[in-house]
Structure formats: structure tokens, C-alpha cells
Ligand binder design. Sequence first.
Ligand code: AQP
Length: 333
Amino acid sequence: TPRVFSGIQPSGGLTLGNYLGAIKRFADMQEAGGHQTIYCMVDMHAITVWQDPAALTRNTRELAAGYLAAGIDPERSILFNQSRVPEHAQLAWIFNCVARMGWMGRMTQWKDKAGKNAENASLGLFAYPALMAADILVYHATHVPVGEDQKQHLELTRDIAAKFNHDYGVEFFPMTEPVIEGTGTRVMSLRDGTRKMSKSDPSDASRINLTDDADAIARKIRKARTDPDPLPQDYKALDGRPEARNLVNIFAALRDISTDAAMAQVGGQNFGEFKPMLADLAVEKLAPVSAEMARLMNDPAEIDRIMARGAERAREIAAPILAETYRITGMIG
Ligand code: AQP
């Protein structure tokens, strides 16, 4: 059966981008059925940049609560914390030896995050995509729902799988398909429509956090950067208006409708009408999720129990695939 895998870093609070581009779609894929769904808190990816230990623990539990609150069912899906399934790190080492320095150096996320100070970036940040390939391939996952920003890393995952298969003369690792569908896969900053909404953006006004209350959500949307023109009738006419297009995309993703259907509803409106309506919609959709997250966070022991059980189930799949990888590479004992 097709197998779906994806992960999110517990590197801060969840944003509307993570919700629309990832978690909500993960829950939709679970509901669609027809495949096994495996979702993960990728704490080993998070520590590629400094994480305060207490904050990492809290963020990991909060992310687990976010998954659960958005509808991930730990019985129907496997939900766990990456570091507790050591097969990820073990396979990542082999992939470190398959991937090439040049491939890694071309990754835009590496270039963005290491910036001009690459000498001082961690080795883990450079190797990040090899660990990501291991996360996916240690389950022989066939489909990976992600946001647009992860497309390049998914291509690298295929390159690593292909090179491993070629070097060892096997057809072992599958060619994974990225699933980048819908209007929520590229949620942009509320302050700058050309930058993605990110949990690590220094400006809190640039993003909606899943933990924001109704007032904060409404204020951020009201203050979101826009241009003076009303919304056009036609989605294509939003070309060159990144901020306006972003708000329309958010509207469509929250409503679960196409961008054309969204334009039929909001085309011609000015922002004085559109923004308060969008704010109400965002509050209506996010408030139940954040309330449920808060409720779950009252019982951290229960969250830990769910994660531990998920790790056990994940290992049942990962261990034999790692064992076969060791056999193929000639590692004995
Ligand atoms: N703005 C976004 N729009 C759509 N999807 C997004 N994702 C992240 N931001 C957006 C998707 O969320 C998943 C998990 O991302 P992540 O937290 O593991 O890493 P990230 O992409 O690096 O997220 P951030 O928020 O930008 O965190 P920092 O600032 O710590 O790097 C992925 O599927 C991603 O595509």
C-alpha cells in the first residue's frame, strides 16, 4: 500500500503556514484513506540550529498537541518524535556517505539559513537534507505532503535513493512523490508577500500563530500589508500583487475551496470589507484547534504516552528496512 510520511520541526510555535501547508493536509490524507499515514516531530532537524532544551521539550509536546488537535488520530496514523526512532539517524549516516557535498551546497534552505556565515553553521544544518531523505526512505514512503518550500529537498531525496540503488545495484529505495497540492502550500508573510510565513521570522506581526487569540488574529489580518486596489474578479489578475494574492490564498485554503471559487465570492471587494471577513473566518477555523491544543497541553504525560506508542509502531516498520540496508551495504554482525 502507498505510504505517506511527513514531519514538522518543533523549533517554535506553529504558524498558519504550518497549519494550512502541512498539518491540515496531513489530516486530510489520513481521512482520505487508502494509504498508511506516518507523521513526526523532527526534533533532530530542529537542533541543527540552537534550541534551548526546555523549549525543545515544550515545543515537541505542543507540536504533538497541534497534530492531535487538527485531527491526527494516533490509532489510524503513526505519530512520534524522530529522535526516539534511532533508525532515522542510522540510515542518515549511510545517506551522508551517498549524498555529495555539491548537492547539499546547492540547497536554497542551506544558503538562506547559513547565509554568509557558513563557516559557523553546524555540520548538521548542511547535512539536513540527508537526514530528511532518511526520515522518508526508512519507511519506504511513497508520498510526502509538504509545502512548496520543501520541493528541492524532495528532489534531493530522489537523487539519494537513485544513487544508492545505482551504486549497490539494487531496486531498494522507492522514488518518492512530493504532494504539493492546494492553495495552502505557500502561505506568505503578512508583512511581505514575497517571503514565506515562518515561525522564526523576527516579526510576530508577519505570522499568525496557532496559539494567537481572536484579537491578535484579527489585528494581524487588519494590519496585513496590502495595496490600495480592490480585489479583481479574476485570480490571474492578482499577478504582481503578492500580498493580495496571499490573503486570497489563505481565504481559499481556510474555506477548502479553489482560488476560482474564492474569487467568485470575494472578487470586487475592497480590503475594508475583505479583511474583517477573513479575520472572522480565520478565528472560526483556528479557535477550536488552539482550544484543543491548550486542553491537551494540560496532560503532558498523555502526550508522551501517545508519542512513545507511536515510536514503537514506527520502529516496527523502520527496523527491517534498516536491516536490509545494512545487508545491502555489507555491514555485518
Ligand atoms: N509558509 C508556509 N506555507 C506553507 N507551508 C509551510 N510550511 C512551513 N511554512 C510554510 C510547511 O510546514 C512543514 C513543516 O515545516 P518545518 O517547520 O519543518 O520547517 P520550515 O519549512 O523551515 O518551517 P518554518 O516555519 O519556516 O520554520 P523555521 O523558521 O524554523 O525554519 C513543511 O511541510 C513546510 O513545507
